[in-house]
Design a protein around this ligand. Structure first.
Ligand code: AHR
Length: 502
């Protein structure tokens, strides 16, 4: 039997949990907005046309800050098209996804949807086809109280109170040749710095996110961050990171260790950011916004013919159906984000509905939870207070892509009267008998012990079998004298919560 142990000590404190780590992303892409969150003809739609069955699932998922409206879409977006009377809004071509955008949902409607889900808006400006003036106009429209041309336009459009958006992304993936209007690091850095300065002249309390690399595999990775920050360091607050993972060539062992790449990504960006900060003798520290992360079977999408050539409205694109193994990796990525929470202060699961998403819908029909829904919703619900990176003593295994990887990964959070432990077992075949030393926290009872595991690691929830995969009780978990003992099934994600009587 494989054995492992975990020890959680207050001395290994990482950071205080910021709810922004549980953000997500809604892009005007395929069926994320149209027939995803918005479908006026749906039986559950409210007066704004938003599906309330989806709202309920989003609340259960526990997402917080939602990045909007793109993604690649934002680099061709004219925000003015998406406000005012709906019947007057133009239909435009979206070059990023080769579809038609009807603009029936815009910033004012989206803010109303966010209120239904108790979420915060994180807005991206277009620095692909547009520039400083349009960014300032959007900021004025959204955030200025009244008495100016654009704030009065918002009021005339029916939104009396300003949206009060604090977090703004300065474009999207500007290092990617696929991006409409992509630029060199020098060009983008100069434009982002001027845009940031102007936006902060309007409101110095904004928190601005400058574009980092679209992935750790980009040829410019590292150099891009350095150059962009040399221009923008004193004007921005976050730099973005984007990472997507998938199983390749049947190598499940490497896929299950994907979080090692995320760790490499974070370590490299932190080193680069701090190098620039020191070089500039700045007293400021730039944080990381991991504002796109998920599992995405991108290779398969590229090889398929699903990208239509006919300019459709809300075509079916990127509707990945996730397996148990995908959910285990997603849960592990979330563990990694928490372990790095000292510097990763914001993150957005990409995306929220239908498009590489934890929630799926059918037009006129059901909404259901994908496998990946479960580790996200439980972590968002249980992670409270302070993050601890525990000491993990576990056997390792060899991966073709990431070298040696621990069979077990874990992170711990605690507040005054509760402790939560999040766990993965990456073994393809072996259960792991685990002890978790929580003696420092004087917990007196286990309140939850849940696992996501299935004998078929490729089991999925589908429209015809929407509850094929769900959380199960982790039988046999026990707490004795502050030490939890339990058995982690192979290829599993688990969570344990304990309570302290005061
Ligand atoms: O999330 C899907 C796409 O992935 C986004 O539009 C883009 O930013 C990234 O390449």
């Amino acid at each position: 039997m494989t054995k492992a142990s975990i020890v959680a000590r207050r001395a290994e404190t990482v950071a205080t949990v910021n709810r922004r780590l549980f953000g997500a992303f809604v892009e005007h892409l395929a069926r994320c907005v149209y027939t995803g969150i918005y479908e006026p003809e749906h039986p559950t739609a409210n007066d704004d046309g938003f599906r309330l069955d989806v709202v309920e699932l989003v609340k259960e998922l526990g997402t917080t800050t939602i990045r909007y409206p793109g993604g690649n879409f934002v680099s061709g977006f004219r925000w003015e098209d998406s406000v005012g009377p709906r019947e007057k809004r133009p239909v435009r071509r979206d070059l990023a996804w080769h579809s038609l955008e009807t603009n029936q949902v815009g910033v004012d409607e989206f803010a109303r949807w966010l209120a239904l889900t108790d979420s915060e808006l994180m807005m991206a400006v277009n620095l692909g086809t547009r520039g400083i003036e349009e960014a300032l106009d959007l900021l004025e429209y959204c955030n200025h109280p009244s008495g100016t041309a654009l704030s009065d336009q918002r009021i005339a459009n029916g939104t009396t109170e300003p949206h009060g958006i604090r977090m703004w992304c300065l474009g999207n993936e500007m290092d990617g040749p696929w991006q409409t209007g992509y630029r060199s690091a020098e060009d983008y850095g100069a434009l982002a710095a001027r845009t940031a300065q102007a936006m902060k002249a309007a409101d110095n309390d904004l928190q601005l996110v400058v574009c980092g690399s679209s992935g750790s595999g980009m040829p410019t990775f590292g150099d891009w961050e350095r150059t962009v920050l040399e221009h923008t360091y004193e004007h921005v607050d976050f730099i973005s990171c984007h990472a997507y993972y998938q199983e390749r060539g049947g190598d499940l062992g490497s896929f299950l260790a994907s979080s090692l790449d995320m760790q490499y990504f974070i370590d490299t960006v932190v080193a680069t950011v701090d190098h620039v900060g020191r070089k500039l003798r700045s007293s400021k520290q730039i944080q990381l916004s991991f504002d796109e992360w998920n599992i995405w079977y991108l290779d398969e999408h590229k090889a398929s013919d699903e990208v239509n050539e006919e300019w459709q409205i809300a075509p079916r694109q990127l509707e990945d159906t996730y397996s148990v193994a995908d959910a285990v990796v997603l849960g592990n990525l979330l563990i990694t984000l928490l372990k790095n929470h000292a510097r990763v202060r914001s993150a957005s699961l990409a995306q929220l509905v239908n498009v590489i998403a934890p929630i799926r819908t059918e037009p006129g029909g059901d909404a259901w939870r994908q496998t990946t829904f479960f580790p996200f919703s439980v972590t968002s619900r249980l992670a409270r207070g302070t993050v601890i990176a525990p000491r993990i003593d576990a056997p390792t295994y060899a991966t073709a892509v990431h070298g040696e990887a621990s069979l077990v990964d874990s992170v711990v959070t605690h507040d005054d009267d509760s402790v939560a432990v999040f766990l993965v077992n990456r073994s393809l075949t072996e259960p792991v008998d685990l002890t978790i030393d929580l003696t420092e926290f004087q917990v007196t009872s286990l309140t939850e012990a849940l696992t996501l595991h299935d004998d078929d690691v490729y089991a999925k929830n589908t429209i015809d079998d929407q509850e094929r995969v769900s959380l199960k009780a982790l039988h046999g978990a026990e707490l004795v004298d502050g030490v939890v003992t339990l058995r982690l099934p192979p290829v599993s994600w688990s969570a344990v919560a304990a309570h302290r009587e005061s």
